[in-house]
Design a protein around this ligand. Sequence first.
Ligand code: ADP
Ligand code: ASP
Ligand code: MG
Length: 403
Amino acid sequence: MLIVQKFGGTSVGDLERIQNVANRVAKTKKAGNDVVVVVSAMSGETNKLVAYAEHFSKNPSRAEVDMLLSSGERVTASLLAIALTEMGIPAVSMTGRKAGIVTDNIHTKARIEEINPSVMQEAIKEGKIVVVAGFQGVSQDGNVTTLGRGGSDLSAVAVAGALKADLCEIYTDVSGIFTTDPRIEPKAKKLEHISYDEMLELASLGAKVLQNRSVELAKKLNVNLVTRTSFSDEEGTLITKEENIMEKPLVSGIALDKNQARVSLVGVKDRPGIASDIFTKLSNNNVNIDMIIQNVGHDGKANIDFTVPVSDLNDAKRVMDVFVKESEVDEVSYDENICKVSIVGVGMKSHTGVAAKAFSTMASENININMISTSEIKISMIIAEKYAELAVRALHNAYELDK
Ligand code: ADP
Ligand code: ASP
Ligand code: MG
C-alpha cells in the first residue's frame, strides 16, 4: 500500500516526539508499505513567527509572511528525514515546491492549482520515504505561498490524491473526530465514522481538527481519510461517503468558532446595487463573508450586519472606511466578542424540531441569539463569546450526544 501520514504540530512538538514519529513511520515502512509523510511546524511555531512579523509591522507584506511561515514546516521535515536516515531508513525531505505543489498567488491563503508528483514518485521508486513540508506551495511566478492556517491537512490530502495513495492518515493530539471538541466537553464521544459532508460542515464551522478545504478535497478526490492520535495505537475515525454509513444520527456534532467578528452597518443608503457594491468590494479584497442580515431602517436607509473571520477584519475595516467616507453608510461598528455555535447532522434533512430544540436550549440558559443561519444539515447561531462553552455543553446535553 501507499500511505500518506500527516503529523500535526503537537505530534512533532519536540525532538522526542519527532523521534516517536520516525519510529511510527519506520514501522509502517517495514510492514511493506510505501510512505509519504507530511509534517506541520512544531506546535506554537507558526504563531511565534506571525508575532515576529507583527513586531515590525501591523500590515506586513503577505509574500514576506509566507516566506517566513513556510520555514516552520521545513524545520520539522528535515529533522524527520535526518532521524529516519539515522535509523537506517532512507528518507528525503522536500519543500512544497520540490514536491510539485503549485498554487495561485493569493499569499497566506493560496489555493492549490495542480500537483506535479514526479519528483516524489521518483524518490518513492528508489525506496525512500518522502517527507513533505506541509502548509506550503509555490506560485506560477516562483514565490513561496502558504495554504491558510491548518493547511498541512490540505497538503496531505492533495499529495494523497496526486499519488493515488490507498490511505491518508491524519495524526493529531486527539484520538479521532468527537461529537464536539473534547477539550470543551469531556463527555464528548468519539465517532467511528462520519460523512464527508458532515465533516466539511464541522470543519467549516470551527472544529479545527481538520482544515475545511482538506475535507472538501478529500470528498472531491475520494481520498480515504482517517483521523487518529500519534500518541497510541487507538483506532481513529474514518471520514467517508454518506452511503457507507448505515445508521444516520439526527445530530452528529456541535462546532464552535470563536474566530468570528460582526460588522454592523447603520444607515446604508437604500438604493439598488448598494449591497452588490459593498459585498463585491469586500470579495475583491479577499474578505470572506459568512452570515448576512439586512433590516429595514428608516428615512430610506437600511441596516446590514454581517460576520467575517477575525483574520479578515482589518481588510473589512479598510473597505468599509471608504463607504463611510463616500457617505454610502452612516456608521459602522465592529464586535469581536461574538462566537458561532453550530449543530451538524445529515439526519436533520428528514426530521423536524431540531432547530426548535437549539433555540429552546439557548433560551433555558438565558443566552441571547444575535443571528441564525441554517442549511439542510446545519443550524448556526451567533451569540456572545462569553457563553461559548456553556452553549456547547448545553446543546451537547440537549441532543444527548454523550449517550
Ligand atoms: P494538529 O496540530 O494536529 O493539526 P489541531 O490543533 O489543528 O491539531 O486540531 C486538533 C484539535 O481539534 C484537538 O486538540 C481538539 O481540541 C480540536 N477539536 C475541535 N473540535 C473537535 C472535534 N469535533 N473532534 C476532535 N477534536 C476537535
Ligand atoms: N503550521 C501551520 C499552522 O499552524 C499549518 C498546520 O499546522 O497545519 O497553521
Ligand atoms: Mg491542524
